[in-house]
Structure formats: C-alpha cells, structure tokens
Design a protein around this ligand. Sequence first.
Ligand SMILES: Nc1ncnc2c1ncn2[C@@H]1O[C@H](COP(=O)(O)OP(=O)(O)OP(=O)(O)O)[C@@H](O)[C@H]1O
Ligand SMILES: [Mg+2]
Length: 323
Amino acid sequence: MSTDLAIETSGLVKVFGDNRAVDGVDLKVAAGTVYGVLGPNGAGKTTTVRMLATLLRPDGGEARVFGKDVQKEADAVRSRVSLTGQYASVDEDLTGLENLILLARLLGHPKPAARERAAQLLEAFGLRDAADKQVKNYSGGMRRRIDIAASILNTPDLLFLDEPTTGLDPRSRNQVWDIVRAVVAQGTTVLLTTQYLDEADHLASRIAVIDHGRVIAEGTKGELKASVGSGAVHLRLREAEQRPEAERVLAAALGAEVLLDADPVAMTARVSAGSSDRGAAEQAAHALAELARNGITVDNFSLGQPSLDEVFLALTDKKGEAA
Ligand SMILES: Nc1ncnc2c1ncn2[C@@H]1O[C@H](COP(=O)(O)OP(=O)(O)OP(=O)(O)O)[C@@H](O)[C@H]1O
Ligand SMILES: [Mg+2]
C-alpha cells in the first residue's frame, strides 16, 4: 500500500450485534487534503473514524494510516493522529486556558512551553477573552473551537474532525471552517465527517457519501455533481410580457420543463447532460440563441451545477429504487 496516502481502507467492517454499522468501506485519502465523509444519522461515520483512530477494533477488512496498520501498528498510528469527537474531551469545570495547559502537560510539554502553546491557540481561535472562563459557560461555538484547539496542541499529521459544526450557528460554523483551513495550510490532513452538504462543499476536495455503512458514491465535488448529470439554467428577461413566449422557446430548446419564478421576469429550467449528445453548457448556449432569434431580450443568465443537496437526494433515491 502506498504511503502518500494518509488513509487507505479496504473492506472495513464493524458489527454491533446484528447491526453492520460499517459494512465494507473502501477509502483512499491523499495526504495534505481535506476529505469529507458525508452521511445521515447512523450512517457509520463515527464508527469509521473511531476505527481509523485506533479507538475501536475493526471486525473485518483492513485500514492503514500513513501506511501503518491500525491494529498491528496502533502505536505508530496513534502518534500521528488526533481526534476531535462528536462528544468531546475537555473538562467542563476547568477554564479554557487550564484545559489546554493540562492537556499540553499530558503531552509532555514543559510548563512554560505548555503555557505558551495554550495562549497561542486561544489567541488564534478567538478565545483569548474566554481563556479564564470555565468551559461549561462557553457557547456551542466556543466549545467546538476549544475542542479543536485541544486536538492540535501537537500539530497532528492527520486530524479527524467528527461533525465539527453540528448545531452551530452560521457565524460559528464559518469560524470553525477558517480554523480547518488554517490547520490544513500547515500540512495536516483532515478527515471531516459531516451531515451538511455545504460544509463538504466548502472544505473538502474529495467526498465519500456513506449510507447504511457503505460508500454509495465517491469523488471530487465536481464529479459527484456531474454524476447526477443535471444543472439548472436561470434566466432574467428584460420584459415580463415576453415570459410566456420565452417559456415556450426555452421548453422547446431544452426539451425540459420550465419553472416560472415568483419574480415575473425570472425563470428556471433543468439541463440534463445525460439526455442529449450535447453538454449542459452547449444546450444552454443553444437555448439562449433560440431566445435571441425569437426577439426575446435576456438580461441575466446563469448555468449552475446542481447543489450537493440535489446530489445527495439523487444518490439516496437511486439506492431506494435499487432496493
Ligand atoms: N457502541 C455501539 N454499540 C452499539 N451500536 C452502535 C455503537 N456505536 C454505534 N452504533 C450503531 O452503529 C450505527 C452507526 O453509528 P455511527 O455513530 O457510526 O453513525 P454516524 O454516521 O456517526 O451518525 P451521526 O450522524 O448520528 O453521528 C448506528 O446504527 C448506531 O446505532
Ligand atoms: Mg457520528
């Protein structure tokens, strides 16, 4: 197995009773990247992460972290990874500063170095003012940030972030995203689990979609979106009275249903790359030319990829049909 991979698993399995929580997962995560593992509640994300972080013994298959087997070379794996759990590890009764100093001391830092590292991280994570507050008085967003700070006291080569933003407001989520980007910029590989498609969209370069313990799709964001094979054309017309004619021309040019927006000059149509020899952009260009040929003035036009939400629904739908 190659070592420029931070993670490589094949046929990874974890069984709880008769529940195959992880049911043959194959993953390849390139070092230095953010890899997203996306899936609904109970999909097997945490279980997968816990096996990779050597906290849980696999019942089948194989997993390597930087080329080291998670079972046979667990110590070597542990020395290079860190985990920020869905259910985290800092002490509620200690202050943020006390927590970080304590953990740094446990990692073997001498006292002055521990203090310095703790102060540095509190500053970097926007927690300087909260340094002397007990963690039980932190907001959800502050709590998540201190959890991540605690997990990167020693810069790990691989950081597992298990749903780092679940339950956070948009501003706090953005702060966590910035932290993730900063961690990656320092060379750490991040495996991020999330239920939020836009989070994977913002942070991850590749994504595995898992459901019922299996990987149901994998690829770059672009590949996942392209696999659904459709995009949406949004149009704004100059004049509202041209909309019925524009609707007719657009429907004929694209062979697709046109949706009229509440805004009387706006409309939307699906473009399916799979249904025609032409690509989505070419179909959209053809539609625009047809509108112009019919004397319809278009003020604004965009061709969007489907959102990851649409991708996710399409993937889980497909699975439903197959079952
Ligand atoms: N220690 C355990 N004992 C028994 N069953 C477990 C245990 N841990 C997880 N499970 C089960 O395994 C399945 C996968 O759980 P897991 O926690 O990995 O899902 P998840 O994708 O992390 O979900 P969530 O988004 O809710 O965190 C679920 O059916 C869960 O009930
Ligand atoms: Mg979980």
